[in-house]
Design a protein around this ligand. Sequence first.
Ligand SMILES: Cc1cc2nc3c(=O)[nH]c(=O)nc-3n(C[C@H](O)[C@H](O)[C@H](O)COP(=O)(O)O)c2cc1C
Length: 201
Amino acid sequence: MIRRRRDVRAEFTGEVVDDATLLRILDAAHRAPSVGNSQPWDFVVVRKPETLRQFAAHVAGKRREFRDSLPPERARTFEPIKIEGITESGTGIVVTHDDGRGGQHILGRASVPETGLYSTILAIQNLWLAATAEGVGVGWVSFYDTAYLTDLIALPPGVRPVAWLCTGPVHEFQQVPDLERFGWRDRRALADAVHWENYRQ
Ligand SMILES: Cc1cc2nc3c(=O)[nH]c(=O)nc-3n(C[C@H](O)[C@H](O)[C@H](O)COP(=O)(O)O)c2cc1C
């Protein structure tokens, strides 16, 4: 499943993932490890077509902003790359993070405060792998203003969105990531990422 998993944007079938499957996927997410067992995540399932359209319009604006910030050659490479499948997937899962969950004394978070957020990210990875096993694609969208999404799904103070995950059945998983296929960036060799004893080795 680790090898099969892909970030999905263009391969959604248009069917909506059924609730039983969705809940199995969310159950896998909810079994993630977390610092101090704080479980700082929540999952907001968004399916109303009007909300999906509103969010897609916001993301399209952020995509334009990014494209306009690129040098011409990079902008040309970026142009054909699809960066979301918000309406086609039929379901958005917004994974949120509550740093206040579990109170002040989180066992293991005192020295590295980011471990709270790391925990929520692990829930996302569980979700992504479980979805892959179910034949359900997930596409992570991060082209949004946090304040906009917070407002759109009525998050309370202290709870922030971490990811919008386009989630839906797919007709296939690409074998090569889109960003490699479109010449944006290649996967690094494992040998370049592994260091023995210290970083400079
Ligand atoms: C934190 C994070 C944010 C991402 N945001 C986006 C995004 O906004 N749009 C997009 O198309 N892909 C997004 N991706 C997907 C990456 O582009 C993708 O994971 C990467 O190119 C490797 O492809 P693969 O996941 O298919 O292996 C995001 C991935 C991560 C982990």
